[in-house]
Design a protein around this ligand. Structure first.
Ligand code: T1G
Ligand code: NAD
Length: 696
């Protein structure tokens, strides 16, 4: 019996325990071990029932995702073999669940005759999040016990549900408290003594949903499932559960599962799954690096970013003191925070009581004395170096010695800011993304002097406040914005050459991005980029960037959504970009004044020039060590820039296209458009060697 599964006998109960840390995935050897446990129990006349449970932090978190990317040698029993073994068992099998019962883990439980769980146990089918569907008969069993109208949303959202919901949905039969195993043994003995049947969910019927349910459901997911394959395959599998006998439904599920597994989407999403776990691993900051406890925080500036940053802390119970330079600015910032929470309460996604509790954790102040004892201070004031330096000198003089001094700058040199303090080792960049209370990404900017304990603390804090923290180096724009500058430059260039903002945005929207560069500029605020361009122009008169159209739009007071006009115009209170003939005329006039010949630009060219600009700059960033891994760059783009998760990110996308083809195209653009397209040496090297970024 494989050592991933333990077997013991307690009285008349056979106990099978999966012990495959960290999450008891159904790795090779686990199904075999479980089957051996069932067979041992069946042949032991002293055993009347079997309990299946998991050791450590939970029940079973599903199939081993690694095995989809690197399939193990064939021959070892699979999940299906295990389910068949359960269904031919002559003895009652009870799944006893604590922690996570996810994906193949929940399917394993649904193949048992009965299920019980602790009150803190969690259930779900997250397969859709990695581009596949519940391929262990989950799409055929869940509709039979919970009904299609409950089962489908659960499988398409991939959300996790708590025990009391699972009980209501019939997923579990009993909630046992305190000692799971003791409670399960009592329950199993009760089931045996009451001669309860060896109930098989396959024998239940999946009732057809109400008329129009599927159409309404597809409508309801159309926005968030745009471009994704798996959600629609799950709908088809669920229909099979209603329309076909069980075994035929299972075969249909298997076909649909293979369609998903063969797709590039599942590879992209699985790589991203692991990328989001690897990105917190920093080679020279080992797991056991001491970290500081962050019990209190302070935020400087209650503007677009300061407010959202504050919400991240109070959302997880960390009190925040928010400091502004005027009462009016403070009130404005607090008002936006309250409005955001009230919105969430109105949508039923937050209770009024929780909102009040979070607001009560915010202390507004106009005085630095109010923040001196905070464990960490995050500065989010204007993007001006002089202002930042003033603020950091002030912080250095008043903050307690072990306080972490963080800056939310989006482009400025963190080392230059740190250098004005006597504690540069305590200074770090925490680059949040707008809207900061929503976007998952946090670029953690490692300064030349930032000490490892501070890095480890902030990476951990990033996870605590429910962000995806990625470590980056100090360079202009760090990783995300640095690549974005190349991407935006190409987008802007093509508007000069003949495209309109809506053409460029449409091509990238169809590619799967949440929004194109011009709509994104309007969301983030065109004034941020304007301030940066003006700073660059003053710092380096040699820079003659032809950003004229951007500046003209800003000089018209059009800063984007915040002024209901930017590249697009917006109805008051609406975020829907409307093409503006005034801007189109401005672009045409601007080109005429400069004898710029405009030409039609195909969407394929728009796509290549924008995405390959990201890839080429990403390769330079890897070469300079400003990012640790190609997957880190993909995690940054998927969590901070609306890059479609089913494409993982720009670096894996390039790998899937083939770096030789990407390199060849970039060489073509280099010839056509000059040095902006100088191929990154790393890209050339990998293309020549037939390697990928992810081989690095
Ligand atoms: N396979 C392989 N490794 C896994 C894994 C899995 N299913 N789940 C987690 N890990 C690793 C992860 O990479 C990390 O490794 C460590 O465990 C801790 O994870 C037939 C086909 C369970 C809620 O999609 O959602 O079943 O970085 O950091 O935040 O229908 O992990 O330490 O080396 O995320 O506490 C369906 C995916 C599979 C569940 C725990 N199951 N996992 O979260 O820890 S497909 C899933 C999660 C399937 C069947 C189909 C979360 C978690 P390392 P972590 P966490
Ligand atoms: P903002 O103009 O909306 O807010 C800045 C706030 O700082 C204002 O309320 C202002 O009153 C306050 N302030 C200015 N000087 C101050 C001082 N000395 N002490 C206290 N408060 C002061 O700007 P924002 O968009 O929130 O940007 C803030 C920082 O975050 C900038 O460094 C910016 O580059 C960075 N950032 C912005 C975005 C974005 O998309 N807006 C994204 C990431 C990072």
């Amino acid at each position: 019996m494989a050592n991933l599964v333990k077997f013991e006998k307690r009285g008349s109960i056979g106990i099978i325990t999966v012990d495959n840390p960290p999450v008891n995935a159904l790795s090779v050897g686990v199904p075999q071990g479980i089957i051996e446990g069932v067979e041992a129990s069946i042949t032991d006349s002293g055993i009347s029932a079997i309990i299946l449970n998991g050791a450590g932090r939970g029940f079973i978190a599903g199939a081993d995702i690694n095995e989809f990317l690197k399939p193990p040698p064939p021959g070892s029993p699979s999940l299906d073999d295990m389910i068949r073994c359960f269904e031919s068992s002559t003895k009652l099998i009870l799944a006893a669940i604590h922690g996570n019962a996810l994906g193949g883990g929940l399917e394993t439980a649904l193949a048992c005759h009965y299920r019980c769980g602790t009150s803190t146990s969690v259930y779900g089918f997250p397969e859709v999040l990695i581009g596949i569907l519940p391929g262990g008969q989950g799409t055929q069993r869940l509709p039979r016990i919970s009904g299609v109208e409950k089962a489908l949303p659960l499988m398409v959202s991939g959300e996790f549900i708590p025990a009391n919901n699972a009980l209501k949905l019939g997923i579990i039969d009993e909630i046992v408290d305190d000692e799971l195993l003791e409670g399960a043994i009592v329950f199993a003995e009760k089931l045996v003594s009451e001669k309860r049947p060896l109930r098989k969910i396959r024998d239940e019927t999946a009732e057809a949903p109400s008329a129009g349910f599927y159409e309404n459901f597809e409508q309801s997911i159309s926005k968030r499932a745009r471009g994704y394959l798996a959600p629609y395959k799950i709908i088809e599998a669920t229909k099979a559960a209603v329309e076909l006998p069980f075994e035929e439904g299972v075969s249909r599920e298997r076909e649909l599962f293979q369609d998903c597994l063969r797709s590039d989407q599942s590879k992209g999403l699985m790589k991203l799954f692991f990328g989001e776990r690897t990105c917190t691993k920093i080679p020279d900051v080992p797991k056991d690096t001491p970290t500081q406890k962050i019990s209190t925080a302070a935020v400087l500036g209650a503007g677009t970013m300061g407010g959202g940053i504050t919400m991240n802390f109070v959302n997880v119970g960390i009190p925040v003191t928010i400091l502004e330079m005027s009462q009016e600015a403070l009130d404005r910032g607090l008002d936006i925070i309250c409005k955001n929470y009230a919105n969430t309460v109105k949508k039923g996604r937050l209770s009024q009581e929780k909102m009040d509790q979070r607001i009560s954790l915010i202390t507004p102040t106009l005085s630095y004395d109010g923040i001196a004892d905070a464990d960490i201070v995050v500065e989010a004031v204007f993007e001006e170096m002089d202002i930042k330096k003033d603020v950091f000198r002030k912080l250095d003089s008043i903050m307690k010695p072990d306080a972490i001094l963080a800056t939310n700058t989006s482009t400025l040199d963190v080392d230059e800011i740190a250098a004005v303090t006597k504690r540069p080792e305590m200074v770090i960049g925490t680059h949040f993304f707008s809207p900061a209370n929503v976007m998952k990404l946090l670029e953690v900017v490692r300064g030349a002097r930032t000490k490892k304990e501070v890095i480890a603390t902030v990476m951990q804090l990033g996870k605590t406040i429910k962000k995806v923290p990625v470590l980056v180096g100090v360079c202009d724009g760090f990783v995300g914005n640095r690549m974005l500058a190349r991407y935006s430059k190409q987008a802007y260039q093509m508007v000069l050459e003949g495209a309109l903002p809506q053409d460029v945005d449409k091509a990238l929207f169809n590619f799967g991005l949440a929004m194109g560069p011009f709509a994104m500029g309007d969301l983030a605020g065109l004034d941020v980029g304007w301030r940066i361009r003006k700073r660059r122009a003053t710092e380096n008169s040699a820079i003659q960037d032809d950003a004229g159209i951007d500046d003209q739009i800003c000089e018209m007071g059009r800063f984007g959504q915040k002024t209901n006009a930017g590249w697009y115009k917006y109805e008051p209170g609406s975020r829907v970009p409307i093409p503006d003939p005034e801007i189109e005329q401005l672009i045409v006039d601007y080109c005429e004044e400069r004898q710029i010949q405009r030409r039609p630009i195909a969407s394929q060219e728009i796509l290549e020039r924008c995405i390959y600009a990201l890839v080429n700059e990403g390769a330079k960033i890897l070469e300079e060590g400003m990012a640790l891994r190609a997957s880190d760059i993909d995690v940054i783009y998927a969590n901070g820039y609306g890059f479609p998760r089913f494409r993982s990110g720009p670096m894996l996308y390039a790998d899937m296209i083939g770096l030789d083809k990407v390199y060849e195209a970039i060489c073509r653009y280099h010839e056509q458009f000059g040095d902006a397209w100088k191929p990154a040496p790393l890209l050339k090297r990998l293309a020549d060697q037939g390697k990928t970024f992810n081989d690095l």
